[in-house]
Structure formats: structure tokens, C-alpha cells
Design a protein around this ligand. Structure first.
Ligand SMILES: [Zn+2]
Length: 173
């Protein structure tokens, strides 16, 4: 397994809508493994393929946050939210592609997601709590949507400008 580079704002790839995964083969499973390693190292609770530069509909999640807890990695290929609950949940979300920013976001608290697993088998899962939040966050990535889109335009522009400036400074160094 290898750790991958996570792209950050203002990389335009983050705004691209990811295309479906057409073939589930060893190469894709390797990518999923590398994404999991990258996510655990960050550390984070979810990662979308586009965040490591591959705009395909593949996400990995593990909402077992407690250090003592066993890893519970889930790989979802071509995930589709097929049901959203009516209850809402507010959580302060971070994003590995937007370091040091946190945004309070209200999302549905429960959902049902349909996806293909690593062996190409169709799966359905009901999720709530942090797991539901993470799945919605990662599926947003596949549609080019970011946590800053939940902010006012003014606040969003301030953050984007800061990252643009930072990128310029880094490339000049
Ligand atoms: Zn994110």
C-alpha cells in the first residue's frame, strides 16, 4: 500500500463531477487500499477518489473514531443515496482538502445508500450518526460539492482567497 497525495483548495479538480467506475479490478482495489491508508494517516474518517486526483465515483469511509476501536473500513463504489431520513443532525465538519477549516453543517441524520463493494456485489446499508454525515460529505465530493458551499458567499470567498494566496506563496517558494 502507498500513501497518496491529497489535493487541496483551490485545485479545480475538486469541482469536477466524478464519473462512474466502469470496472472493478485489482487496480481499483489497490486504489481503494491506498485511499484507506491515506485516510488513516491523515487522519480522517472519509476520502473520495477525486481528492487523490482520480475523478471516479469511489469513496472510503471509517466512522470508528475511537483510537481503541477496531478499524471498520468501508469501500463504496458508485454509491447512491436512495433514502434520506427526516431527522436532521448538525455536525462541525472538516475536510482533508480544506485543511484547518471547520464548517457547521446540518444534514439528514439517517440515510440508506446503495453501492457496489470491492467484489462488485451490490450492497445496501442504513447509516446514522457520524457514518451518515461522512457518507453524505464524501458523496458530495463526487458531485464537486464542498463544505464551504454551505457557507454564505462572502465567507466562502474569504476562504478560497486565502487558499489561492497560500498556493501562490508555495509555488513561488
Ligand atoms: Zn472532504
Amino acid at each position: 500500500m502507498a500513501k497518496l497525495h491529497i489535493i487541496t483548495l483551490p485545485d479545480p479538480l475538486l469541482r469536477q463531477v466524478s464519473g462512474p467506475v466502469e470496472r472493478i479490478d485489482d487496480e481499483l482495489r489497490r486504489l481503494a487500499d491506498d485511499m484507506l491508508e491515506t485516510m488513516y494517516a491523515a487522519p480522517g474518517v472519509g476520502l473520495a477518489a477525486v481528492q487523490v486526483g482520480v475523478p471516479r465515483r469511489l469513496i472510503v469511509v471509517d466512522a470508528a473514531r475511537d483510537e481503541e476501536e477496531e478499524h471498520r473500513p468501508i469501500t463504496m463504489i458508485n454509491p447512491r443515496i436512495i433514502l434520506l431520513g427526516e431527522d436532521r443532525r448538525i455536525y462541525e465538519e472538516g475536510c482533508l482538502s480544506i485543511p484547518d477549516e471547520r464548517v457547521e453543517i446540518e444534514r439528514p441524520a439517517t440515510l440508506r445508500v446503495r453501492y457496489l463493494d470491492r467484489d462488485g456485489r451490490e450492497q445496501e446499508m442504513d447509516a446514522d450518526g457520524l457514518l451518515a454525515t461522512v457518507i453524505l460529505h464524501e458523496v458530495d465530493h463526487l458531485d464537486g460539492r464542498l463544505i464551504i458551499d454551505f457557507l454564505s458567499r462572502l465567507k466562502r470567498d474569504i476562504i478560497v482567497r486565502r487558499f489561492k494566496k497560500q498556493a501562490k506563496t508555495e509555488s513561488a517558494a
